[in-house]
Design a protein around this ligand. Sequence first.
Ligand code: ADP
Length: 471
Amino acid sequence: RREWKRVVRVVKEVEEECEMKVERVRKVVDAMVVEMHAGLASEGGSKLKMLLTYVHHIHLPIGSEKGTYYALHLGGTNFRVLRVRLGGEQSSVLEHEVEQQPIPQHLRTGTSEDLFDFIASSLREFIEKEGDGSELSLDRRRELGFTFSFPVKQMSVSSGILITLTEEFSIEDMVGRDVPACLQEALTRKGLDMRVSALVNDIVGTIALGHYHDADTVAAIIIGTGTNACYLERIDAIVKCQGLPTTSGYMVVNMEWENFWSSHLPRTLYDIDLVAESPNPDQGFEKMISGMYLGDIARRIIVKMSLVSDIFGPISFKLSMPFILSTPMIAAMHEDDSPDLKEVARIFEDILEIHDLPLKARKLVVKVCDVVTRRAARLVAAGIVGILKKIGRDGSSGITGGRRSDAKMKRTVVAIEGDLYSSYTLFREYLHEALNEILGEDIAKHVILKVTEDGSGIGAALLAASHSSYN
Ligand code: ADP
């Protein structure tokens, strides 16, 4: 009995530490706004990088783009090429075709010329297969949006210098070079008459796709394996970059919010251990909210529970393996609605090799999943409201006589992409619940989260269209 009490106490403690009452959520909202200001004020002024994208509001796709455009998405160990045919009205995508290929290992550690030659050859093959069915008129060059999922410092919408490559790649000569130019040169070498019109970060592709379908889109969030956000900022508020033409009014700013940090985040010992054991001690916000980590936070809590009691049987070797519990497994246990929590028992059997977990322990495991997921959803909600507050769309500017007024609140759309939101129902519900709590229902009803799919592919092709030199 004493042991059981200890297990319950572990869960109670973590529940209290992760609790985010609305006052605390508001503190995170305000911290986000402060950091956004700091990141816009000077380079390195905040953990939020607040990167300029050179995608101006007036150049976001609006749904009337017409013609065939291409995208190339390079990230991870694969690359994809896409062809998208746009109808010219009502945000239609008449057809889109995708081809994915692995990047051979030797090209991931060779020279940039070899890598881009390989990609250009694949693009050429992709285009040669089009045959006569192509809608493209002969006097036009093909145009391509290039989604490059690595940190770059952009100089214009179609140029940017690579800052660093991540784990899967080590191509020394690429660092410090203008990546779209490298691609452009390879296309020319391979005899492909194609122009790289836009260098796109995944998150910018997401806002572009959102905006194509709904012109009230002002921000975008990705919440999948990783997380990021971007939004439309007034150019004169981007203090760190003097001399930008202010005629267009607004530019997309890529927040790189995975690195956001504030003392108001409800950090537990489990988070501290997770960060300490990870190769990259940054990305504190991401490590509390994204799909890569939620499963492992829950696992760490369950390890602690199993250390204070033998209700989980002898210490399971499997349970001690980092990342063995994935976020989809957490979701499956959390959403298990069978009376005896069969799914929890199954995952414990199959994955952790912990047999015959008693029902009362299964219930506590569900509670752990709930605590971790609810905290993540409320933090994402705080981030979203932070953006809305920064751009004056949180309703607070309309406060009159102490009451929020929704009369002046504009319809505000946030594009959202990623499986955590689209496949994890309880995460989504907690997120909406938190938005309602922070904003109040009168304001929250004007804020619409719209799911996009494949911003990094289709969104990039749309940016090639809206930045076409034939417009
Ligand atoms: P990306 O890897 O590009 O972020 P996704 O948006 O597809 O791609 O997100 C995948 C991540 O979402 C996975 O790493 C996983 O953590 C999480 N995920 C996938 N399916 C589910 C699910 N049903 N419930 C909860 N999380 C999920």
